[in-house]
Design a protein around this ligand. Structure first.
Ligand code: KIV
Length: 269
């Protein structure tokens, strides 16, 4: 029996994967059993996402999710996680000002075992990111489609389709990196814009609905296990259907991210 502990994946590991062009396979995780399974299948990074409000709690959006919800699920994952890097979402309105953001980010780190916290927004959130980073918190910025603002958009819509929209997202990426963010998640943008963003920043860029030209991919775990409600987004692929069991489905997802076969053109905008 191999009883050696797995080597934990750090931010340095992820940064060097970007450097050498090795894709980062990321999934959402919210509980202990899936954490063990996903780690055994070779996933590199978890996002403990506020998508849990929709897939676990039955809300129609991520907006009602609370700090207590996030701490609870992040701690479930941290309790058993041994290998994957853990990025935990700050929920809606938990980072409206720098002082509140820092208090809540510290909870995610201290009580939820976060290695990094994620917040939604670009140039408008740069001051918050700077404040968190100056107090020793690692930050991931989430740009493109911002699910916490879905009520303002009037639905889940692809972002950055025209020149002005694309320029604004590129400016968001630059502002976040200048503020000290060490990772970006980009959601629901045209694949051609993704290549420009990934090439414009040093930090790892993780995409969801953003095409193949980023440093890694993330999907909501329940979506890639065929449980996305219909009609589901174009980028969602059901890996369970063709692989028969959860372990094989996750291993196939990891392999497809690593060899660049997911996302394919039919999953892109
Ligand atoms: O909430 C979430 O699950 C996320 C990712 C899938 C990017 O933010």
């Amino acid at each position: 029996m191999n009883d050696k502990l797995p080597v934990p994946i750090t931010l340095d590991t992820l940064a060097s994967m970007k450097q050498r062009g090795e894709k980062i396979a990321c999934l959402t995780a919210y509980d202990a059993s899936f954490t063990r399974l996903l780690e055994a299948c070779g996933v590199d990074m978890f996002i403990i996402g506020d998508s849990l409000g929709m897939v676990l709690m039955g809300y129609e959006s991520t907006v009602p999710v609370t700090m207590d919800d996030m701490v609870h699920h992040a701690a479930n994952v941290a309790r058993v996680g041994q290998r994957c890097y853990r990025v935990v979402d700050l929920p809606a309105h938990s980072y409206d000002d720098p002082v509140t953001a820092l208090k809540n980010a510290r909870r995610l780190v201290d009580e939820g075992g976060a290695h990094m916290v994620k917040l939604e927004g670009g140039t408008g959130k740069a001051a918050i990111v700077e404040h968190l980073v100056s107090h020793g918190i690692s930050v991931c910025g989430h740009i493109g489609l911002l699910p916490q603002s879905v009520e303002e958009y009037g639905g889940y819509k692809v972002q950055g389709r025209d020149a002005a929209g694309a320029a604004a997202i590129l400016a968001d990426a630059a502002a976040l990196e200048n503020a000290g963010a060490e990772m970006l998640v980009i959601e629901c943008i045209p694949a051609a814009l993704t290549a420009r963003i990934t090439g414009s920043v040093d930090s790892p860029v993780i995409g969801i609905g953003a095409g193949v030209d980023c440093d890694g991919q993330v999907l909501v775990l329940y979506d890639m296990l065929g449980m996305a409600p219909e009609p589901h987004a174009r980028f969602v692929k059901d890996f369970l259907q063709e692989n028969g069991n959860i372990h094989a489905a996750v291993a196939a997802y990891v392999a497809a991210v690593k060899d660049g076969s997911y996302p394919a053109s039919e999953h892109c905008y």
